[in-house]
Design a protein. Structure first.
Length: 435
């Protein structure tokens, strides 16, 4: 985690203090469940809670013990015994380290997912507000980066809203996928611990019991989780790339907010660069990079190995912290985005009406001209405008082969910009449930 690209709420999920607190809760809930079914004395479970719940776990002390034991969970349990006293002998009865580690990781991932879902909600709100603001703001649609036909800027934002609504659903599914608990002991057979303990701990930690945990929770769940983060990051990059293109000097239909006192270049005082969107592109690459090792973690040896452990210690915090930062930054970019409708209109007009070529093509076919001949007639009047400038409608109106089928008045009607926006309400209704 790099502080420059981190937000406190997500970082706190991954601190040692939070991790040890979750470990304690898992152990203490397990002790309560064991006491209720008569495995350990009830007063022992009460003592564990009474002594451990208010405790501030000493990270340096735990680290010092681990340097000797070379085992993080044992180091924590040793420190916990120093806090709890003799009743600590009833902690971790029949459990194995993975019960604590895996259940804790899934608690952290579900908490992280909750923050990410809230981030997407923030972005969705910004997209919806700006989409309705520019619902009928004409702009040029591009295919292959080339002018195609008119759209509205609101439709561009509505498309992004629909994409991030899907992202939200994916995050909800990923959260559900990873929200499982394993308290099943060595090799996952429950030989030394009752399955009812797992059920109790799962309920208390907001998880579901893992149906078959071997000795670890299966990593296909985590692979799906991190793959989902990668997909969401790709959506972040798609929208950021759109902003970057629109801010190019030759386009300049929209640009990131440039605050008072902000500097764009150390050398060129005139520069206003899309630095936030470029940053988002880079962050998206990093989140995607974490998906591959998560996939490779699925293939563990037999009932358990720890080849996944070092990977998850890195990708768990880094992927969630990075995506959290990126989503909130993107929401800010959209909320403050400077939009230039006059420049959009100027770009629409730049090709002298060529953006209406399909309407002319279709109108000719409806008048009885074959599609091949209609295409040839339209293209021969379009190419001079493309190559040398001019007015497409004037060219068509002066072409006798065209006017033989379409009058000048009919041709002029085909250049109505509003024609392209007659179904904007329908699309907005589909996306937002209102128009």
């Amino acid at each position: 985690m790099i502080p420059r690209y981190s937000r406190d709420a997500m970082v706190r999920i991954w601190t040692p203090e939070t991790r040890f607190r979750i470990w304690f809760e898992i152990e203490a809930h397990a002790a309560t469940a064991m006491a209720e079914i008569g495995i350990i004395p009830r007063d022992a479970a009460e003592t564990i809670w009474r002594m451990g719940e208010p405790a501030v776990f000493d990270v340096e002390r735990i680290d010092a013990i681990e340097r000797e034991t070379k085992h993080d969970v044992i180091a924590f349990l040793t420190h916990l015994s120093e806090i709890v006293g003799p009743e600590a002998r009833f902690v971790h009865q029949g459990m194995t380290s993975s019960d604590v580690l895996d259940t804790c990781l899934n608690v952290q991932l579900t908490r992280a997912a909750d923050l990410l879902i809230a981030d997407v909600d923030l972005l969705l709100a910004a997209l919806e507000k700006r989409a309705f603001e520019h619902k009928l703001t004409p702009t040029i649609g591009r295919s292959h980066g080339i002018h195609a036909e008119p759209v509205t800027f609101g439709l561009k934002l509505a498309q992004a809203h629909a994409e991030f609504a899907r992202a939200r659903r994916r995050l909800e599914a990923a959260r559900a996928e990873v929200a499982t608990c394993a308290i099943s002991g060595a090799v996952g057979t429950f030989a030394n611990i009752d399955p009812r303990v797992e059920e109790y701990v799962a309920a208390k930690m907001g998880l579901a019991p893992e149906p078959v945990s071997t000795q670890v929770i299966p990593r296909d769940r985590h692979a799906m989780f991190f793959a989902t983060l990668a997909v969401v990051a790709s959506s972040v990059e798609r929208l950021a790339t759109e902003v970057r293109h629109l801010q190019r000097t030759e386009v300049l239909e929209a640009e990131e907010y440039f605050s008072p006192g902000q500097k764009g270049s150390s050398a060129m005082p005139h520069k206003r660069n899309p630095v936030l969107s470029e940053n988002l592109t880079g962050l998206a690459r990093m989140v995607r990079a974490y998906a591959a090792p998560a996939m490779e973690n699925v293939a563990l040896w037999h009932e358990r190995d720890i080849s996944h452990s070092s990977v998850e210690r890195m990708i768990g915090p880094d992927a969630t912290v990075t995506l959290d930062f990126a989503l909130v930054r993107l929401a800010g970019v959209i909320d403050k985005l400077l939009v230039y409708p006059a420049r959009m209109q100027a770009n629409l007009d730049r090709l002298g009406g060529l953006v209406h070529s399909q309407r002319v093509l279709l109108a000719l076919t409806q008048k009885g001209v074959s599609r091949e001949d209609a295409y040839r007639l339209v293209q021969r009047n379009a190419m001079p405008v493309w190559e040398r400038g001019g007015d497409f409608l004037e060219n068509l109106s002066a072409d006798a082969d065209v006017t033989a089928s379409l009058s000048k008045a009919e041709l002029a009607e085909l250049f109505d910009l509003g024609y392209h926006f007659k179904h904007v309400d329908t699309i907005f209704e589909r996306v937002f449930g209102r128009s």
